[in-house]
Design a binder for this molecule. Structure first.
Ligand SMILES: *[C@@H]1O[C@H](CO)[C@@H](O)[C@H](O)[C@H]1NC(C)=O
Ligand SMILES: *[C@@H]1O[C@H](CO)[C@@H](O)[C@H](O)[C@H]1NC(C)=O
Ligand SMILES: *[C@@H]1O[C@H](CO)[C@@H](O)[C@H](O)[C@H]1NC(C)=O
Ligand SMILES: *[C@@H]1O[C@H](CO)[C@@H](O)[C@H](O)[C@H]1NC(C)=O
Length: 330
């Protein structure tokens, strides 16, 4: 009896130590052709639809009962396991999910697994109007790094575009990016295995999407605020305001300086060496305004030298500072 127990314990332990030879299931590279149907998966084999051919209608948004997410190995057909009338959005899937980014085509067996991990799948019919495809691509890229963007021929002319999240399908024939963003945000991070792991299936990958450095900061489909047209002053009016402002400022200083100097001169005991400047080439101090303007900087400098020690020197210093700073501005 004791021996039997020993043997059982040994068998139990060996079961953990020696790995059981597992049969190959799926690596995302081997025998993947079982899920592919050639060019028709991603190429429009007729003429593309023009927008006029597609009657505008509100988007169709639906969520479906979740199907169990069992893994289906690559030697078994998977497409036929999905209901015919619905774009696959949950249920059985391949072991290896698609690398995030733009692909020519991603089989449903791959993208359903992406959905399970919280990815957002953007699909377009290969014959959808080119500018709708372009717009949807931009929505996908700005929405989340965890996007799969690819062609899907089982979409219809009525709704040639679709966005999928786990268990839900949003079909459309016109793009309202605000509405898509709201719809995605409402379902973000609710899938059973939400994580930030990159996929492994990269057959017909066009552009890889990489995770951001800081995952926590990532917001799904951030709401894009509508640009509100605010009347901004054009550079020209700005310049004009500056020019007029500077002119008024300088005039004010000139007037103040002239008045102040005249008052100063009329004071008894005024230093005549400074007064000489006023009379240079002028009879009786009746100087023209232009001459005053021309001479003022020199006058002020020499006056400053004369009156540095005086109590009023700070006034001149201030004027000179103002003058030089307004010169710089000009
Ligand atoms: C699309 O509409 C145009 C006319 O606007 C028509 O000539 C063309 O045959 C239509 N194409 C399809 C695929 O329905
Ligand atoms: C698309 O539709 C066809 C016909 O209804 C169906 O046989 C096929 O399994 C569907 N899925 C894919 C991925 O083509
Ligand atoms: C787009 O969607 C938003 C949010 O659902 C809605 O308020 C708006 O009316 C829609 N715009 C158009 C043109 O349908
Ligand atoms: C796909 O992944 C494999 C292995 O990581 C790599 O060697 C190969 O270059 C990739 N192919 C594409 C198209 O990115």
């Amino acid at each position: 009896m004791k021996h039997i127990i020993y043997i059982c314990v040994l068998c139990f332990l060996l079961n953990f130590i020696i790995p059981t030879t597992e049969t190959f299931c799926d690596d995302g590279q081997t025998n993947i052709e079982i899920d592919l149907h050639g060019e028709s998966d991603w190429k429009c084999l007729k003429t593309s639809w023009s927008l006029n051919n597609i009657t505008k209608s509100p988007p169709s948004k639906k969520c479906y009962p979740l199907q169990g997410g069992s893994h289906v190995c690559i030697d078994n057909v998977i497409d036929s396991l999905y209901p015919k009338d619905v774009i696959p959005n949950s249920g059985p899937h391949r072991t290896v999910w698609a690398v995030y980014g733009e692909h020519k085509y991603v089989p449903p067996g791959r993208f359903v697994h992406n959905l399970e991990h919280g990815g957002v799948v953007f699909l377009y019919h290969p014959c959808a109007p080119v500018h709708l495809i372009e717009t949807l691509r931009n929505v996908a890229k700005t929405c989340t790094w965890k996007h799969v963007f690819a062609a899907y021929r089982n979409l219809t002319q009525e709704f040639p575009l679709a966005v999928l999240m786990y268990g839900c399908v949003y079909k459309m024939n016109r793009i309202n990016s605000t509405d898509i963003s709201n719809w995605v945000r409402a379902r973000a991070k609710k899938s059973p295995e939400d994580d930030n792991r990159q996929g492994g299936y990269n057959h017909s990958l066009i552009e890889l999407s990489l995770p951001p450095v800081i995952h926590e900061k990532q917001e799904f489909c951030p709401a894009v605020p509508e640009p509100t047209p605010t009347p901004t002053p054009t550079p020209r009016t700005d310049e004009a305001i500056w020019a007029v402002g500077s002119l008024v400022f300088i005039c004010a200083i000139l007037i103040a300086a002239v008045c102040y100097t005249k008052l100063w001169r009329s004071k008894p005991g005024y230093d005549n060496s400074g007064a000489k400047l006023w009379h240079d080439g002028n009879a009786g101090g009746s100087m023209s305004v232009a001459a005053v303007v021309r001479k003022l900087p020199h006058m002020m400098k020499s006056k400053m030298k004369n009156t540095r020690s005086a109590a009023s020197s700070s006034f001149y210093t201030r004027i000179e500072d103002n003058l030089s700073s307004s010169e710089e501005e000009l």
